[in-house]
Structures are given as C-alpha cells and as structure tokens.
Design a protein around this ligand. Structure first.
Ligand code: ADP
Length: 486
C-alpha cells in the first residue's frame, strides 16, 4: 500500500520537484557564500591598502628633512612598521629576499609574531605584482587577511610592507550569512513541501477525472465526459481525445441498443404474422376433430383453406429468410449486368400483358451495373407485383436511365397512389398501407423491405414518390459499373 503510494505519479512529481529545488538552493547558496566571502576579503584588503598609502604619505612628510638614505632605512625599520600597525592591524616589513626586517603586532601586549606567508610568496610579490590579498595562518592557529605593498624608490623595489588583520570578524559575518541562507533555504523547501500537494494536485486533477470517468464508462454510464481544461497542453489534449473516445463508445452502444430494439420489434412482428395462419389451421383441425362425420365437401374446403394458410406461411418464412440474408449484408453473387437486356428479360418473364396490364418500356441501352441477377430480378418482381396488387388494371411504365453515375430502374403506375401517412413507412418491415390491411389482398408487408435491402447491399438506394390519386413512382438507384462491359 505504502509502496504503491510512493510509486504514484503524484509522489514522484513532488519528490522530483523538491529534489530539484533543494539542489538549486544548495548550488545557489554555495555560489552566494563564496561570492560574499570574496567581496568581503577584497574590500577589507582595499581598506588596508589605502591605510598603507595614507600612513606612507604621512611618514614621508614627517621625515621630509632627512636625507634619502636615512628615510629609506627608517621605512625599512620598526619605526615605519609601528606606525602602520593599529588596534586590529599588525604590520611587518620584509626585505627583497623575503627576510623580515621589522614587525609590529596589533596588540602591544602580544609577543607573538605577525602572521607570515612563505618566502616564495614574498619573492613573487616583489618580482611580479602582489595578489589583492593572501590568507595566512598564524602560530596560534588563527587566520589572517594579509595585504602586501611593495616599497619602492622610483622603480626599484626596496622591500615589502605587510598589513594583516584577523579574519574573525569577516568569518562572523560570513557565518551569519551562511546561517541565514540555510534557514532561508529550509523555509523555502518547507513552503514548497506544503504547497506541492496544491500545485501537483491541481496539475493532476484532470488525470484523476479521466480515470474516474473511464471507470464510470466501464460501469456503463456512457454519457460521462471529462471537463476539458482551457489550456492547450498535453492534459487538455488528452481530455479532448478521451471525450472523443467516450462519444465514440456512446454512439456505438446507442447504435447497438437501437438495433437490438429493432430486432425485438422484428421478432415480435414476425411471431405475430406467423401466429395468424397457425391459429387458423388449428381452428380448422379443431372443428374437423369435433365432428363425428365430415362430408367430403366440408373436408375438401377445409383442406383447401389449410393449404392456403400453409402456403401463406411458407411464403412468409421464405420472405423472412430472404430479408435476413440481405440485411446481414451477405455479399450477393455479383456479375456485370447489361441493364437493357436484363430488365427486358425480367419483365418478359413476368408476362404482365397476360395479367391485363398495359405495360410500356423506355430502356436506355449501354448501361451496366455489377449486381446479383437473382436478387435484382426480385426487386423488379416485387415492384411489378405491388403495382398489380395496389393499382390493378392500371398502366405500368418502366424506364431505365442514368444520372450522375447512378443507374435507375423506374416503375410509374397510374394507380390510386399512396396516402401521405403511408408514404414515409412503406419500406419498413411488415408495414402495410391502409388499403392493404386486409391480408387477402395485401401481402406480408415485406416486399418493399426486401427490395430496399437488396438495393442497399448493392450500395444503392430506393425511393418512392406519390400523389394520392395520381399513381406511384418507385425508383431503384444502383451505382453504374465503372468499366464498360468487356
Ligand atoms: P405488401 O406485402 O403489403 O405488399 P410491401 O412492402 O410490398 O408490402 O408494400 C408496403 C405497402 O406499400 C403496401 O401495403 C401498400 O400499402 C403500399 N404500396 C406498395 N406499392 C404500391 C403501389 N404501387 N401503389 C400503392 N400503394 C403501394
């Protein structure tokens, strides 16, 4: 549990962020400390150098009447060094070989030596230029800031005047500075630690929301979405992508729900349609079974009626099978069909003229489609039979033409047409128009649904237009074959 907590993104982000901050504070603290130390040493060294210059000028003035040789000797002696020394400052004079000529400790009572550098350092200071300052450790272990000044006579170096002060005051300032930096850094780290849940939590909140929403989606609440933060960053993009995915899932389930709903209706309708002839047959059997003697005429009539019901049922079952075959999208046995020849042949086989229909044809030659001939014949037959049923005796005008890469097979009849309330529904399964409710005249209500599913499985569509009283027009549109028939 605890391990899992430490492995969480929140914890890792916080640890990384605090670690980085600590490293930055440490580096910054060190840099600041050494910079302050350097500044303090240099400014103190400068003070010592100017003190030296002032004392030297005053000393020269005091001894202005002495001959040059005597003045030189005085400068290289205790006389000068004791003037250079003060309460804090100790002074010493060195010759050109680095040998000490005179010294004056800061405290008069002190008997110890002034701090000294290595002979090499003195020699280097005389031959080159002295460094801004030196750090020396005296015999009692205390450190001193040392400044060297070359005593010159014209350009000739006579010796070195050394001024030094103990570094305890500077060290004290630096110690205070160091403590301040440590306390400040700790306070900054503490503030960062206290604020980090707020900052990291704020950054991670959309992620938590995404995971909660994903859980809700998994539990079946497909309407859940995450709030998209109005920053165009990675998390914003994730939220958008997540919502798109959720919408996709929602849509997919909605489609599934609808198709399940449709399927339930379909099963209910089909059962209802099948029950009617079955009830009727059961009725005949019941009546015949109750009678002691059945005369041959009644028997014959009953058997005939039962046969009719059973063939009605067979037709219905066959229609249902056809519909399921095309609605499940099974690829039909497609081949290149010359529409001119195909439609003429299909109509010839229907022998409409023999059923008293005045039929005319206007077929544009040279159009071809890729289609299953058996299925397409079914479309033509269903349309023709509907016109026979619902527009009996009316003229039928068949035409074949093409518009925008689509071939059309159209039937216009001069019958009573379709009422406005029926027109939007006639392609639905089991839908029968008002006039077709009487089952002896109408069919099962599957004819146009079958025609539509056949046309759609060929990537086409079918439409009906009608003005009540002015006949009906059905048009099946199919994509033209891309290459002409070889
Ligand atoms: P049915 O098996 O009842 O014929 P269809 O799906 O073939 O079922 O037709 C659905 C309904 O469309 C019919 O009940 C009828 O009301 C109407 N209809 C179809 N064709 C025509 C037509 N040519 N003229 C008028 N109404 C028609």
């Amino acid at each position: 549990m605890i391990m899992a907590r430490f492995r969480s993104l929140r914890w890792r982000l916080t640890a990384f962020y605090l670690g980085l901050l600590a490293v930055l504070l440490l580096v910054g603290g060190f840099a600041q400390y050494f910079a302050a130390r350097e500044v303090l040493f240099r400014s103190n060294a400068q003070v010592l150098t100017s003190e030296y210059a002032a004392v030297l000028t005053a000393f020269r003035k005091q001894n202005v009447n002495r001959p040059a040789v005597a003045l030189r000797a005085l400068i290289l002696s205790n006389q000068f060094s004791s003037q250079l020394a003060s309460r804090h400052t100790s002074a010493a004079i060195f010759d050109v070989n680095g040998g000490r000529l005179a010294q004056a400790p800061a405290t008069l009572s002190s008997t110890e030596d002034v701090p000294t550098l290595t002979t090499q350092q003195y020699l280097d200071a005389i031959s080159g230029a002295p460094q801004p300052y030196y750090i020396a450790t005296s015999s009692d272990g205390s450190t001193h800031l040392v400044v060297l000044n070359v005593i010159r006579n014209g350009t000739k170096a006579l010796g070195l005047a050394q001024l030094s002060i103990p570094t305890d005051e500077i060290d004290q300032t630096l110690r205070a500075d160091r403590q301040l930096a440590i306390i400040g850094s700790l306070l900054v780290l503490l503030a960062a630690l206290l604020l980090s849940p707020l900052i990291v939590g704020r950054a991670l909140r959309p992620l938590e929301q995404v995971s909660a929403t994903a859980g809700a989606l998994a539990a079946g609440d497909y309407k859940q979405r995450v709030t998209v933060p109005n920053t165009n960053d990675e998390i914003g993009k994730l939220a958008i992508a997540f919502n798109q995915m959720a919408a996709g899932i929602d849509q997919a389930f909605e489609v599934r729900r609808q198709s399940e709903e449709e399927m339930r209706h379909f099963v209910a309708d089909a059962s209802h349609e099948l029950r009617t002839p079955l009830t009727s047959i059961a009725g005949y059997i019941d009546v015949l079974g109750r009678r002691q003697n059945v005369d041959s005429e009644t028997l014959h009539e009953s058997l005939h009626a039962m046969q009719q019901e059973s063939s009605r049922m067979t037709r219905l079952v066959n229609d249902l099978l056809t519909l399921t075959r095309f609605e499940t999208g099974t690829a039909p046995d497609r081949q290149r069909l010359d529409l001119d020849r195909f439609v003429n042949q299909a109509l010839d086989e229907l022998r409409l003229g023999e059923q008293g229909v005045v039929e005319s044809r206007d077929v544009q030659p040279g159009l071809a489609v890729d289609a299953d001939p058996e299925a397409l014949t079914r479309v033509v037959r269903n349309l023709a039979q509907n016109a026979l049923k619902y527009a009996p005796g009316a003229a039928q005008r068949w035409s074949v033409f093409s518009v925008n890469g689509q071939a059309a097979i159209r039937l216009e009849d001069a019958g009573p047409g379709i009422s406005r309330q029926d027109l939007p529904h006639i392609f639905e399964r089991f839908y029968r128009g008002d006039k077709a409710r009487d089952r002896s005249a109408g069919g099962s209500g599957l004819g146009l649904a079958i025609a539509r599913s056949i046309v759609e499985v060929h990537h086409g569509h079918i439409e009906a237009q009608s003005e009540p009283g002015k006949g009906a027009t059905f048009t099946a549109w199919l994509p033209l074959a891309t290459k002409p028939n070889a």
